[in-house]
Design a protein around this ligand. Structure first.
Ligand code: AR6
Length: 168
């Protein structure tokens, strides 16, 4: 069985098969983790993203990683929390993880890392976002060598330590 890991850090530094980007539907960059990924990858990432025709909420697109140490970037668009009912937001966020993991599996990728999708600018409550991430990862862990949840902020890492100590 594959391993789920929770770490604190910067996802752009990881050299796994794929890192996941919490993008917006234009796929043309932004702030937060999206900005960090585009800065690290360089301008060729934006050039490839321009050819993709955007991405709908809950869906995914894959690109190369260019100057980043990972091999691929899987771009997914999380829900803006307050634009949906809580249960619709949860279903959409679950789709982000599901579709990213399914796409990675289809491509034969074995190691994948996620940021805490929607839990920054998009306002998803951090503790609920961590639960969606981990519970969805658990359903797919047999298909991967390692699935990593990368937490950037101190507060979200403290929540994860409390709620999921077994993955630290
Ligand atoms: N590595 C890992 N996690 C990070 C990093 C990093 N380098 N930088 C930030 N985070 P956000 P969203 C965490 O706002 O809520 C963008 O402008 C951050 O602490 O990046 O899905 C897009 O273009 C938070 O926990 O994404 C969209 O417009 C998590 O990543 C919009 O923001 C997600 O925060 C998407 O909003």
């Amino acid at each position: 069985m594959g391993k789920i890991k929770i770490i604190k850090g910067d996802i752009t530094k990881l050299s796994c098969d794929a890192i996941v980007n919490a993008a917006n539907s234009s796929l043309l960059g932004g702030g937060g983790v999206d900005g960090a990924i585009h800065r690290g990858a360089g301008p060729l990432l934006l050039a490839e993203c321009r050819t993709l025709g955007g991405c709908r909420t809950g869906q995914t697109k894959i690109t190369k990683s260019y100057n980043l140490p990972s091999r691929f970037v899987i771009h997914t668009v999380g829900p803006v929390y307050f634009e949906h009912t809580p249960s619709d937001a949860e279903a959409l966020l679950t789709s982000c993880y599901e579709n990213s993991l399914n796409l990675a599996k289809e491509k034969g990728l074995k190691t994948i890392a996620f940021p805490l999708i929607s839990a920054g600018v998009y306002g998803y409550p951090q503790s609920d976002a961590i639960k969606v991430a981990i519970e969805t990862m658990k359903l797919h862990q047999n298909d991967f060598d390692e699935i990593t949840l990368v937490l950037f902020g101190e507060r979200e890492f403290e929540i994860a330590k409390e709620d999921y100590p077994e993955f630290l």
